[in-house]
Design a protein around this ligand. Structure first.
Ligand SMILES: [Mn+2]
Length: 353
């Protein structure tokens, strides 16, 4: 594992410290999951502040360079004590996740320090996955695929969307997931035109069924979507499915490091637009996946970011015809210098049940 603490410290100037408060940023930097606490990092020292519930686990599992400190009494007084004599005059905070309330408490109680928002160094670091992170994501993906294999034998016109979603979640946990990566989506028939519709209690009947789901393993998420058809698809349904698949295949064949995220999006979007469905693909082509299900980088037409080797992103074009039906196909890939490695193994030819 690369030394994340040293890498992170590159953004700290002389006299600066960082207060890391986001749960998953904390986990990423110090290596231990816990819910209450924070990291205080200076150029010379790094502290994990946590309470008695986590102190033992944190003490045993913390990455090199961190000192664990028991948090009891006033948190801000403890921060002052730890920083006294350190020469620190300003403290960086995570602008995207620190609540207004906590920011106010910190600035009032630690008024001798200047507070500034940290550069988005952590997101950028986190967007490039190391081998351990990739292994966890692949493991989570294999678990989701095993659940998908099972669900194909479970689906009938008589079961409901909610039952499909529940069974997928049960199977993922049974096959080794520590949790689900996000609320499972199972939308059928007319509901399938809503990309993130909520599974309902009505029976599936015939038509498309889109399932978007992911498992969590070692703290890391997976994300996949498959659309299957109950009963025979008509010509337009076939055309829409083939267009989405062609768009996705083109993106998978050409995505590589150095490419702008907006260019990656266009690889799929242009094909959908040429087929006459440009207005029916409202969301971005994909997003980064890691400790969070959605994290940078964003494969959007408006993104100025450039893909780097080690980014793990989804490639998930869709076409949604309001009030009629929708299709989305989603794989996860790891970007490389030469192209991308598809981490998803589930079949993508149209499955008719
Ligand atoms: Mn996704």
């Amino acid at each position: 594992m690369k030394d994340r603490l040293s890498e992170f410290r590159k953004i700290l100037k002389k006299g600066q410290a960082a207060l890391i408060t986001d749960e998953l940023s904390i986990r990423y930097l110090c290596g231990v999951p816990f819910t209450d606490g924070l990291l205080l990092i200076t150029n010379e020292r790094a502290f994990i502040l946590t309470d008695s519930r986590y102190i033992e686990a944190v003490g045993k599992g913390a990455a090199d360079g961190f000192k664990t400190v028991l948090m009891s009494g006033s948190q801000t007084e403890l921060i002052k004590k730890l920083l006294s004599g350190s020469g620190v005059s300003s403290i960086g905070y995570e602008e995207g996740s620190l609540s207004c309330l906590r920011k106010r408490i910190y600035t009032e109680k630690l008024s001798e320090y200047r507070f500034f928002p940290l550069e988005d160094r952590l997101s950028e670091m986190r967007s490039v996955k190391d081998d351990t992170e990739k292994e966890n994501i692949v493991k989570a993906q294999r678990i989701a695929e095993a659940a998908f294999d099972f669900i194909l034998g479970f689906i009938t016109p008589e079961v409901t969307e909610a039952e499909v979603a529940l069974e997928l979640e049960y199977r993922m946990k049974k096959y080794g997931a520590e949790g689900i990566a996000f609320e499972t989506i199972a939308v059928s028939g007319k509901n399938s035109s809503m990309p993130h519709g909520i599974p309902g209690r009505q029976k599936l009947g015939t038509g498309f069924l889109t399932m978007d789901f992911g498992a969590k393993y070692g703290g890391y998420c997976s994300d996949m979507t498959r659309t299957v058809c109950l009963g025979k698809p008509d010509d337009e349904m076939k055309k829409v499915y083939e267009t989405v698949l062609k768009a996705q295949t083109n993106a998978l064949e050409h995505i590589k490091a150095g490419m702008k995220c907006s260019e990656a999006d266009a690889l799929a979007r242009d094909i959908i637009t040429e087929a006459g469905y440009g207005k029916c693909f409202g969301h971005s082509l994909g997003h980064g996946v890691g400790l969070y299900i959605h994290e940078p980088v964003n494969l959007s037409p408006r993104s100025g970011s450039v893909l780097q080797a080690g980014n793990i992103v989804t490639v998930e074009p869709g076409i949604y015809l309001e009030g009629r039906f929708g299709v989305r196909i989603e794989d996860m890939v790891c970007v490389t210098e030469e192209g991308c490695e598809n981490l998803t193994q589930a079949d993508k030819s149209l499955i008719v049940l």
